[in-house]
Design a protein around this ligand. Structure first.
Ligand SMILES: Nc1nc2c(c(=O)[nH]1)N[C@H]1C(S)=C(S)[C@@H](COP(=O)(O)OP(=O)(O)OC[C@H]3O[C@@H](n4cnc5c(=O)[nH]c(N)nc54)[C@H](O)[C@@H]3O)O[C@H]1N2
Ligand SMILES: Nc1nc2c(c(=O)[nH]1)N[C@H]1C(S)=C(S)[C@@H](COP(=O)(O)OP(=O)(O)OC[C@H]3O[C@@H](n4cnc5c(=O)[nH]c(N)nc54)[C@H](O)[C@@H]3O)O[C@H]1N2
Ligand code: SF4
Ligand SMILES: [Mo]
Length: 697
């Protein structure tokens, strides 16, 4: 294939946003110039072109035929009329908040921005949220409390090899971001050490110098126990604590109540291992703590991340070169998707919907009165739980909650009880199957837009291919619905992504996530720009700057420039094992499938590698239950029951079983999960619930 016809762009899947070229065929190849992946791609990225083929994707709108109850092909005019009618009826009958909107962290910045604007000024509803709430919301809440700003990684990935000790808490990046393993190898080659904290000895944990395997849901106690030892060993960086932080005394007393022996009883991690971890972490002149979904997807995820940040602060790490705390954001636009207004309490630029100045600024950009903007709405799970109650109609773009939401059988029944459901998707997902109208949209390689990767690096995805004739862009869908629901307002919903981005820049100007100095022209020249980058920054720049790759080196984003300790204490999971449900269930991912599987289950080579759901059991537990490798077992929780084959592995704690969540039906892990919510972030407890396992047949 000739390289002259290659279009440089980025992967449609995870937050690494590996650089790739799209070639005629279509086919893809890794793009060596992009520093994050340097040409490497995982199997999902390598096979991304196959979802573009018309065999697996939607190529015409579908509407539900009232006579047969079946989804049948329709024209775009008819489909859009039906969606507008469904939303208008809900609003006329029950008020503006009877329309719900659900978005996704895979949507480009432009789509996320337009979706939030559409909900607030076309529908006038407060009821909008998105799947990012299920992803990194606890880390975002904790980061904001501690540093005054949430940008997942406050430094680029290329800093990792230059730190001395890295603690990875509940991240299996060997499977979830394979090209990032390179940074770990380089760290080790430079003499740095790696500590992995995970109830399973994952492929990532196998790379570690020290692996701690706590019981699910006990990271908070573990972090407090480590902080206790840091204090007891006299390893607190007093000068840093005095000069750059506030709140140490309260955080210190809270940690001192967590004696190592007590922490061992709670976590199952022996005291000598705890001491070894503290020794490695404090011995290093530079050190980092990175969290991912393990500690975050808990009903105390915000406090848990807060405890890890406390440990980093007490040892003087954040805001120092090659040191600090970061969160490994997950979805393709997981970072940008949380900044531009599809979240229930948020306006573009990471502004707060409750802040009068933010409302005034954004209302002016949108050409409406500030009072016209609704207030904050419900969080993702609470919104899904209200479907068919006071929310009568839903517009869904970029998520498949029938598979991915907690307590999924209940969520599915709420979705079925709606008066009207419209889904915009690229494939007929399990949620789209329930819709009254399905709108087929263009994919990553067929449209232009920007995404912000896990480092806060804003990137340009370029259109490389002509889409099939029957599909339209998400931006077109919003424009056409605006024209039907609020004639005149469609002018505020351009279909050209660059125009949308230019408005987003103005809306974000002066906000925490300021994009005003980042232009399409600048993005087209290089390998991305790190926010914040204001128009003043851009004007003062001699040219070619990559924005702000490193935050907090001078000061934190709080009013007084100091970071905040949070006084936190351990508490149990919302549901702990008991006589009836004696085991922990934790959930997560496998390398060959992505999320709800809507896209990757349609790719033959990925399906061959990971064909079906399963449950991982320790051989000792399996022996006690009379279960052999491959036997069908029933896994039951208070929410429901699934049947899956048993995978025996000594890599997991014997008191814990693990299921990946990528499949629907009889193997749907989320049939079992507990929607207990974190009080600050409203994150559901995907990582801990109590189950029973039995052999079937
Ligand atoms: N292959 C693949 N890659 C992906 C995705 C995908 O679906 N598939 N999704 C993307 C997205 S959106 C995200 S958010 C990221 C997620 O990336 P990760 O956070 O790496 O993925 P998970 O597998 O959900 O969870 C990580 C680890 O947490 C461990 N864990 C479970 N319970 C606990 C606990 O209580 N404490 C601790 N410390 N660890 C625990 C699990 O055993 C698991 O190994 O991956 C991104 N990349
Ligand atoms: N048990 C358990 N459950 C979990 C998790 C867990 O660890 N355990 N993790 C949670 C996490 S971190 C996440 S991020 C969620 C993710 O779960 P989901 O929100 O279900 O994410 P996806 O499967 O990526 O769904 C995206 C949908 O949008 C479609 N799509 C892709 N691109 C576009 C686009 O540009 N426009 C439109 N309109 N549609 C598009 C895809 O085809 C797909 O159907 O799952 C959560 N659920
Ligand atoms: S690691 Fe993530 S961004 Fe890179 S190729 Fe795989 S899925 Fe795509
Ligand atoms: Mo995620």
């Amino acid at each position: 294939m000739l390289n002259t016809t290659a279009t440089p762009t980025h992967c449609p899947y995870c937050a690494l946003q590996c650089g790739m070229n799209v070639l005629p065929g279509p086919a893809v190849e890794g793009r060596p110039e992009f520093p994050v992946n340097q040409g490497a791609l995982c199997g999902k990225g390598q096979s991304a072109a196959s979802v573009l083929s018309s065999q697996v994707r939607l190529t015409e709108p579908l509407v539900r035929d009232p006579a047969t109850g079946r989804l049948t092909p329709a024209s775009w005019e008819e489909a859009l009329d039906r969606v507008a009618d469904g939303l208008a009826r809900a609003r006329a009958g029950h008020g503006a908040d009877a329309c719900g909107v659900f978005g996704g962290g895979g949507l480009t910045n432009e789509k996320a921005y337009a979706l939030g604007k559409f909900a607030r000024i076309v529908l006038g509803t407060s009821q909008i949220d998105y799947n990012g709430r299920f992803c990194m919301s606890s880390a975002a809440a904790a980061g904001q409390k501690a540093f005054g700003l949430d940008r997942g990684l406050p430094f680029p990935l290329e800093d990792i090899p230059h730190t001395g000790c890295l603690i990875l808490v509940g991240s299996n990046l060997a499977e979830t971001m394979p090209p990032a393993l390179r940074y770990i190898s380089e760290l080790k080659a430079n003499g740095g050490t790696l500590i992995v904290i995970d109830p399973r000895r994952t492929r990532t944990a196998e790379q570690a110098d020290l692996h701690l395997a706590p019981r699910p849901g006990t990271d908070l106690a573990l972090a407090l126990g480590m902080l206790h030892l840091v204090v007891a060993d006299g390893r607190v960086d007093e000068e840093y604590v005095q000069g750059r932080t506030r709140g140490w005394e309260e955080a210190r007393s809270a940690a001192m109540a967590h004696w190592p022996e007590h922490v061992e009883r709670v976590t199952g991690v022996p005291v000598p291992q705890l001491r070894e971890a503290v020794g490695m972490f404090t011995a290093a002149e530079r050190a980092m703590v990175l969290t991912a979904r393990g500690p975050e997807q808990q009903s105390k995820g915000t406090d848990t991340v807060g405890a890890w940040i406390n440990l980093a602060l007490a040892t003087g790490r954040p805001g120092r070169p090659f040191s600090g705390y970061g969160c490994l954001t997950g979805q393709g636009n997981g970072q940008g998707g949380r900044e531009h207004g599809q979240k229930a309490d948020q306006l573009p630029g990471y502004r707060k919907l409750t802040d009068p100045a933010a409302r005034a600024h954004v209302a002016e950009v949108w050409g409406v009165e500030p009072d016209a903007l609704p207030g904050p709405g419900r969080s993702a799970y609470e919104l899904l739980d209200a479907l068919g109650g006071d929310i009568r109609a839903l517009l869904l773009m970029g998520s498949n909650p029938v598979v991915s939401a907690p307590r999924a059988a209940h969520v599915e029944s709420r979705i079925r009880s709606l008066d009207f459901l419209a889904v915009a998707d690229v494939v007929l997902s399990e949620t789209a199957e329930l819709a009254d109208v399905v709108l087929p949209v263009t994919q990553w390689a067929e449209e232009t837009g920007t995404v912000t990767n896990l480092e806060g690096r804003v990137l340009l995805r370029r259109r490389a291919l002509t889409p099939p004739s029957g599909v339209r862009t998400d931006l077109y869908v919003l424009q056409e619905l605006a024209a039907r629901l609020a004639p005149g307002l469609e002018k505020g919903f351009p279909t050209d992504a660059r125009e949308v981005f230019d408005e987003l820049r103005r809306a974000s100007a002066g906000g925490p996530a300021d994009y005003s100095g980042i232009s399409y022209d600048r993005l087209a020249e290089g390998e991305g720009v790190f926010w914040p980058w204001s128009s003043d920054d851009a004007a003062a720049d001699a040219g070619g700057s990559a924005g702000t790759p490193r935050l907090f080196l001078e000061r934190f984003a709080t009013e007084d420039g100091r970071a905040r300790f949070v006084p936190v204490t351990h508490r149990p999971a919302a549901e702990e094992p008991d006589a009836e449900y004696p085991l922990y269930l934790t959930t997560g991912r496998v390398v060959a499938q992505y999320q709800s599987g809507a896209q990757t289950r349609r790719v033959p080579e990925l399906n061959k590698a990971a064909p079906e759901a399963f449950v991982e059991l320790h051989p000792r537990l399996a022996g006690r239950l009379g279960v052999a490798q491959g036997d069908a077992v029933a896994v039951t929780s208070r929410r429901g029951r699934v049947e899956v084959p048993a995978h025996l592995t000594a890599m997991i704690r014997p008191d814990t079983v693990f299921m990946p969540f990528h499949w629907p039906g009889a193997g749907r892990a989320n049939t079992l999960t507990n929607p207990a919510l974190d009080p600050a972030s409203r994150m559901p407890e995907f990582k801990v619930c109590a189950v029973r396992v039995e052999r079937v047949g």
